[in-house]
Ligand binder design. Structure first.
Ligand code: RUQ
Ligand code: CUA
Length: 629
């Protein structure tokens, strides 16, 4: 009797377990096992400790997350996942006055928004060097550079002949170049051309930018008029593949309407494999055409360094392995990661092992270059791959909402973990350098759904911190993220050396460092104010009856130069003119200028917008504008 009961009881228990698992599977946001995985996302107390960074201690890593169509960069600390700073890059920002003061207003070039997808940290020998961060704007075709000493934008360049540099920015191992291939094809100079002549008149231009460190300026070295396809993601070769770059393409069908269907017809698209050292040599040898002042290479005319590698239809991400030996394309529409060998590609190029050509560009034989195809069971929508220090790759699965850990040398899938939900990119610690750190992976998820208190029909995105140290991946923290981190890079904190205070700049004619040097200078209709901000007052003219008042005539061109002479870290002052729609911050030691026409007559209080001292509320004065008549 007893013997018979045991199987019945164990059968019941088994049934219960199955029921729990099934229930867990259908309950959204479940924190237990899902069909997609044999890992769990359950967090325990030990996990809370792992992400807790006590007061006085700091995070180990900076996570630099692009802000998508906010045009900004979001800086997080890892493992705490705290948002530390928002750095405006492509959009004006009321909090810092970015886009209001003369220098940043000029840099923004009149644009009011940007769409920032991929940050790229500067590199030395294939490792992040902690000096600069590059950004590109899909919306208005710009590139920018941010200085990591101050976390401020230093230069923005408008890139001509370019429509939506989505698949940038990626830097070469010693930041020789920053490549910007574009998402949309247009005629050169974006001139008018009928879509009926798309294949003939349209191009997908890739730009090669250089960065002049001394002057902190971006320049365009040359451009390449690639076929009118969409260029999606890119990466630079390293070590044995240094000198090469890879770019995924879609719409090699050259569809001009209903892209969703028409750009997904062909079974194969391509990876563009190019040698930037050879392209630079071609430019040096004068093998280019001048297009609106740009050195344009037309591959069908002067091609030595560009090849096509066939890849499963509509690929998205392409990532070079840390050893520089392989590049991995992810399927988007094909549920596979395809590993290609650089060495095999170089041999195919040498042997002219081509299967044909497109637009004069040789197509390499797929079989000769492909190393392996990896299809994890039921894993759908692979998008992007990151790496650790143990030879493992981590690929995001957008449709099946998980991260797949696999060995790129054998193709063996070793672990899978569900994420909530629909990851786009992921960022591993130093994850796309020549020497990744391991430890942490952050999954950048496009949908939050039921993760947080509801804020209406639209929700934030989420970032999930995944612990890579144990035998299995474990999701140990989920935080809301500002729309929309397309990509992020994680750099070791001790590589970044910020300054505490801006040093005195004797060459800056706008700066004043002593109250007695403050003055208001009139020159015809132009009024220059050389003022200072200090705790807790403004001084515009120390000799005046009211040193904190500026008085001008209606219609005057006014330039207010303001130097913050507080030499204490974090004592930032603001300067706003009430009802004049003007504001800027001035960081310790910094000088900034507001440049405007005083077209409105009246009495306008001016005040400090950044809480700086116990008497911050008293830090105000008047801006008086005498009417014309
Ligand atoms: S993309 S979610 Cu704008 Cu980097 Cu792939
Ligand atoms: Cu200065 Cu508040």
């Amino acid at each position: 009797m007893k013997k018979k009961l045991i199987p019945i009881i164990s059968g019941l228990v088994f049934g219960l377990v199955v029921a729990v698992i099934i229930f867990a599977d259908i309950s959204p946001g479940s924190k237990t096992k899902t069909a997609a995985s044999n890992s769990t996302t359950t967090t325990s107390n030990g996990d809370a400790e792992k992400v807790y960074v006590p007061l006085g201690k700091k995070d180990d890593y900076y996570l630099m997350a692009s802000g998508g169509h906010s045009g900004q960069l979001f800086v997080y600390g890892v493992p705490s996942m705290r948002l530390i700073r928002t750095v405006p890059i492509f959009s004006p920002d009321s909090a810092t006055g970015y886009g209001y003061d003369a220098a940043s207003k000029k840099m923004l070039g009149g644009y009011t928004w940007g769409d920032f997808h991929h940050p790229a940290l500067s590199e030395t020998n294939g490792d992040y060097d902690g000096k600069y961060l590059f950004a590109t704007d899909v919306a208005n075709s710009r590139a920018a550079v941010m200085d990591l000493k101050t976390f401020t934008t230093k230069d923005i360049i408008k890139v001509p002949n370019t429509s939506g540099p989505h698949c940038a920015a990626f830097v070469t191992p010693n930041t020789e170049y920053l490549f910007l291939p574009t998402r949309f094809a247009t005629p050169l100079g974006q001139k008018y051309a009928s879509l009926d002549n798309y294949s003939k008149d349209y191009y997908g231009v890739m730009s090669a930018l250089t960065f002049d460190k001394k002057n902190e300026k971006l320049n365009i070295a040359y451009q390449v008029a690639l076929p009118p396809w969409s260029y999606d993601l890119s990466d630079a070769g390293k070590k044995s593949s240094d000198g090469w770059g890879v770019i995924t393409t879609y719409n090699t069908e050259e569809a001009t309407t209903t892209m969703e269907i028409n750009a997904s017809q062909a079974d194969r698209d391509y990876i563009v494999l190019f040698n930037w050292k050879e392209l630079a040599q071609e430019v040096k040898d004068g093998k280019y055409t001048n297009v609106d002042g740009q050195k344009m290479i037309f591959p069908e005319k002067e091609n030595q360094g560009i090849y096509l590698v066939p890849v499963a239809k509509s690929p998205h991400g392409v990532d070079v392995t840390p050893d520089g030996k392989y590049f991995i394309a992810s399927g988007k529409l094909a549920p596979a990661m395809t590993v290609f060998s650089f060495e095999k590609a170089f041999k195919a190029i040498k042997d002219k092992d081509f299967s044909g050509e497109r637009n004069g560009i040789p197509v390499l034989n797929y079989k000769s270059v492909m190393e392996r195809e990896v299809n994890p069971e039921n894993a759908l929508g692979p998008l992007h791959t990151q790496f650790d220090n143990k030879g493992f790759a981590y690929t995001t699965m957008f449709i099946s909402s998980e991260i797949v850990k696999w060995n790129y040398k054998t193709g063996e899938v070793v672990d899978r973990v569900p994420v909530q939900y629909s990851p786009g990119h992921a960022a591993a610690a130093e994850g796309d350098t020549a020497s990744p750190d391991g430890h942490w992976l952050v999954s950048l998820n496009k949908l939050a759904k039921d993760n947080f208190l509801s804020v209406g029909p639209s929700h934030p995105e989420t970032m999930q911190l995944i612990d890579l140290d144990g035998p299995k991946m474990r999701v140990i923290d989920t935080v809301p993220a500002n729309p929309e981190p397309h990509y992020a890079q994680m750099i070791k904190a001790d590589k970044i050396h910020t300054i505490n205070v801006y040093p005195e700049d004797k060459n800056n004619k706008d700066a004043v460092y002593k109250t007695t040097d403050t003055r208001i200078v009139r020159n015809g209709n132009t009024v220059d104010v050389y003022g200072i901000a200090m705790r807790s007052r403004f001084v515009f003219d120390s000799k005046a009856k009211r040193p904190d008042t500026i008085e001008v005539n209606q219609g005057d061109h006014v330039r207010i130069h303001l130097t913050n002479i507080d030499r204490d870290e974090d004592i930032t002052h603001g300067f706003a003119i009430n009802n004049y729609d003007l504001n800027m911050e001035v960081q310790p030691g910094e000088t900034k200028t507001l440049d405007f026409v005083a077209d409105k007559a009246g009495t306008f209080p001016l005040y400090c917008t950044n809480f700086c001292s116990a008497l911050h509320q008293e830090m105000n004065g008047y801006f008086l504008v005498k009417p014309n008549n």
